[in-house]
Design a protein around this ligand. Structure first.
Ligand code: HGY
Ligand code: MN
Ligand code: MN
Length: 420
């Protein structure tokens, strides 16, 4: 595997910083400057147009599909062969840094720019991609674009999603000008590789340079609607209350207790990220709470057990607090194992560059897990500073950490793009 070639680290860093300037915001909690490019927002549209212009400057042929996934193709010597694909996402959570997703898309661009600089031809075409709405925090369903591209979620179901302001996904996609014409079902590429920040503390704590991602844990998202009785906080005796806020608190606490119960394994993670009381005022008992449940486990069986026990617990809380609890599943993916060959190539790339690497399971969801259902897929993780904090403006990986990951990706792409 050729590893005498290196990517241009400064160009990679510049491309990340330029993209990171689109959708910047002042984070009141930390005083830091973060990134807010919610899926299909005006900022997302601006970021998309910027990346498309970079794709075209690199001489790529750009295709946009009906859910706004963007693919840019560098021709191979045999254009009839299925392409080697690299990608990720550029939409962000509302309190993001500039690496989550963007490192993967800018890595793909940097690999292609490096191939161009060195006049390297590959047998297979090389395609870079960014997928629509990976984060799922605006319309409630994560990995949406890649799930539609790989057939797990029907396009019409995605179009019919609405955000908290009641805006339709389809209208918002049209508004930013990225409702493309290409059919959504993606022809399986030869293989798919995604470079991503780890978004956790493991690699940095072990002083590792590269994470050879073995797979992604199972993920389950629910939205709870807890209906109680709004009433005066001072005049309503405790025994007459139906307090939706207390019901949400009991569920949140139960989730935490479950993570400490070996019945669900030792790596069960549970989060009630959104808790929205209505009317949410100091002297009114919350009549309604909309809350989200995010539960994850590397073991499918443990997650299934936890989901069943949680749903049973909702009934128990409803009886005790005299509230009505309804819930809907907004996202659900089983654990995924990445392809052994791709993992081996990532590991080999790291070793041949004297980079320390280890296998790791991803705690976060990624587009690569959707792609793994239609082709050989894998990921390269790079470490993050400050305990790998992510979904936060403090998210940071050094230029060297990023360049290491993209150099390994270059080696893997060269190997797979030249496979007959
Ligand atoms: O939530 C996740 O795991 C990813 O950041 N969408
Ligand atoms: Mn991501
Ligand atoms: Mn993310």
């Amino acid at each position: 595997m050729a590893n005498s070639i290196n990517i241009d680290s400064k160009r990679l860093t510049d491309s990340l910083q330029t993209l990171g300037k689109i959708g910047q915001y002042k984070d009141v909690a930390t005083g830091l400057t973060g990134v807010r490019r919610l899926a299909l927002s005006a900022e997302d549209g601006e970021g998309r147009r910027h990346v498309v212009s970079l794709m075209k400057q690199a001489g790529l042929t750009v295709t946009i599909d009906r859910i706004g996934n963007v693919f840019a193709r560098r021709e191979g010597t045999n254009p009839t062969l299925a392409p080697m694909m690299m990608g990720s996402h550029i939409d962000s959570v509302p309190t993001a840094g500039m690496f989550d997703g963007c490192l993967g898309v800018m890595s793909a661009l940097e690999v292609i720019r490096t191939l161009n600089d060195n006049n390297i031809e590959t047998l297979r075409p090389v395609v870079m991609a960014f997928f629509t709405d990976e984060e799922g925090c605006r319309f409630g369903v994560d990995m949406l674009g890649s799930a539609v591209a790989t057939g797990r979620i029907p396009l019409e179901q995605a179009y019919a999603l609405r955000d908290r302001d009641g805006l339709w996904f389809k209208d918002e996609l049209e508004k930013i000008g990225f409702q493309g014409e290409a059919p959504v079902l993606l022809k399986p590429p030869h293989a798919y590789l995604e470079v991503h920040i780890e978004q956790g503390p493991v690699l940095r704590a072990k002083n590792l340079d590269i994470g050879v991602v073995a797979g992604v844990q199972a993920i389950s998202w629910q939205e709870l609607t807890i209906q109680g009785k709004p009433a005066h906080a001072g005049t309503t005796p405790m025994e007459l209350r139906a307090d939706a806020g207390v019901a949400a608190a009991r569920i949140n606490l139960r989730m935490r207790e479950m993570t400490e119960d070996a019945k669900y394994g030792t790596q069960f993670r549970a989060t009630m990220g959104a808790i929205r009381p209505h009317p949410g005022l100091v002297n009114i008992i919350p009549g309604q709470v909309i809350a989200t449940v995010d539960v994850r486990n590397p073991e499918d069986a443990f997650l299934k057990k936890a989901e069943a026990d949680l749903i049973a617990f909702y009934d128990e809380v409803a009886r005790r607090e005299k509230v009505k609890i309804t819930w809907r599943q907004t996202a659900r993916t089983d654990s995924v194992r990445f392809n052994d060959t791709v993992q081996a190539l990532v590991s080999k790339g790291a070793t041949s560059r004297n980079l320390k690497s280890e296998r790791i399971i991803s705690g976060a969801g990624h587009d690569a897990q959707e792609m793994s259902h239609i082709c050989r897929a894998g990921m390269v993780f790079v470490p993050g500073e400050f305990d790998g904090i992510s979904h936060n403006p403090r998210e940071f990986s050094t230029p060297e950490q990023c360049a290491n990951g993209v150099n390994v990706a270059l080696d893997v792409v060269l190997a797979l793009a030249n496979e007959a």
